[in-house]
Design a protein around this ligand. Structure first.
Ligand code: HEM
Length: 319
């Protein structure tokens, strides 16, 4: 890949910018004390396992993006750290708060078909310390025309091509971290009973887009607490600061669980954290995101997504 800003070749990033998939599994693992060596060795096996499963059905486009949390980084690798890697802060507004929950390794597995995701997830867990290492597991599915369970098309304004690379891929760090990215995940549970009591117009005001036709509302029509008002950021020169999202719906009918798994990649966690601050605290303070009245964040964590080369041949364990 070539850097759209400098024209220089960029190191091989993981499959962050692949198109949305039909199925995904999000696995969050912890590294138990004493199992650092096992996990360190296992990291080098991930790309081989993806090939083993993915080659059987090439049309399913199986990918796995592996990311490492802040605490785990220092336990797994000697030498420098990605300069903005830290534990995700919590954001406390007057009405709603986000949470910061544990996570050492994040696997974002995607394919056209749950069978491949499931097979790869099983092999990864076996290799990374068994079921006890898994602290969160979400199986996401595509819902009709890329809708979330609130009924809106989700992902439309994702940047693509060179704009995505500019916004998502790290360039400004030590050479071994260039080509990486920062990823935030949050598991949201929706109160669909309350949401469905709103009229379609009220729901559209909460999002800032048409529900049936997915057309963005005019700026003057948008409510100050609309989701797409609070998550649109610009820098001092007026350029939009973007993230790449690959949210997936999930749920369990019998538990009345209806969710959105939020996942956002960016070249700096500061952008995603600013969006979270706007959503939870409000911008201006108090004008918080209307979707939070119907959606509760029950997990939240931040990771660094190194390049494929880094994972295939990571620095040694700390001495
Ligand atoms: C309950 C969880 C969430 C749901 C259901 C949701 C849903 C949506 C929907 C339907 C849109 C409009 C279409 C589009 O994707 O462009 C949207 C836009 C967006 N969302 Fe979310 N979202 C959620 C959480 C988040 C979080 C936590 C962030 C960031 C921290 C975020 C950032 C954005 C951004 C940047 C846009 C594009 C805004 C624009 O350029 O117009 N979302 N989201």
């Amino acid at each position: 890949m070539t850097d759209p800003l400098g024209g220089q070749p960029l190191p091989a990033s993981q499959a962050i910018l692949n198109p949305l998939s039909d199925s995904a599994i999000f696995l969050v693992l912890t590294v138990a004390p004493g199992s650092e060596e096992l996990v360190h060795d296992a990291l080098g096996d991930v790309s081989g396992l993806v090939r083993s499963v993915g080659f059987r059905v090439p049309s399913s486009l199986l990918t796995c993006i592996t990311s490492i949390g802040s605490d785990a980084w220092s336990r797994l690798f000697d030498g420098p750290r990605p300069k903005e890697l830290h534990v995700l802060p919590e954001f406390h507004g007057a009405v709603h708060s986000s949470v910061s929950t544990p996570g050492d390794i994040l696997f974002h597995i995607r394919a056209q078909g749950m069978d491949l995701c499931f097979e790869l997830a099983s092999l990864l867990v076996e290799r990374f310390g068994g079921p006890a290492a898994v602290i969160d597991e979400v199986h996401g599915f595509k819902s009709f025309d890329e809708r979330d369970l609130l009924g809106f098309v989700d992902g439309t304004e994702n940047p693509t091509g060179a704009l995505a690379v500019q916004n998502v891929i790290v360039r400004d760090d030590e050479s071994q971290f260039v080509g990486g990215s920062y990823v935030v995940v949050q598991k949201y549970l929706h109160n669909l009973t309350a949401w469905n009591l709103l009229t379609v117009e009220q729901q559209e005001q909460a999002i800032g887009r048409g529900k049936a036709n997915n057309v963005e509302q005019a700026d003057e029509q948008k409510a100050a607490n609309a989701h797409t008002v609070l998550t649109v950021l610009t820098d001092a020169d007026g350029n939009e600061l973007k993230i790449v999202r690959d949210n997936m719906p999930f749920g369990r009918i019998g538990e009345a669980e209806f969710g959105t798994y939020f996942i956002g990649y960016a070249k700096t966690p500061a952008v995603t954290e600013r969006m979270l601050k706007n959503m939870f605290v409000g911008d201006p303070e108090g004008t918080y995101d209307r979707i939070l009245d119907f959606s509760t964040a029950v997990t939240g964590s931040l990771y660094f997504t190194p390049t494929t080369d880094f994972l295939d041949d990571p620095p040694p364990l700390p001495r």
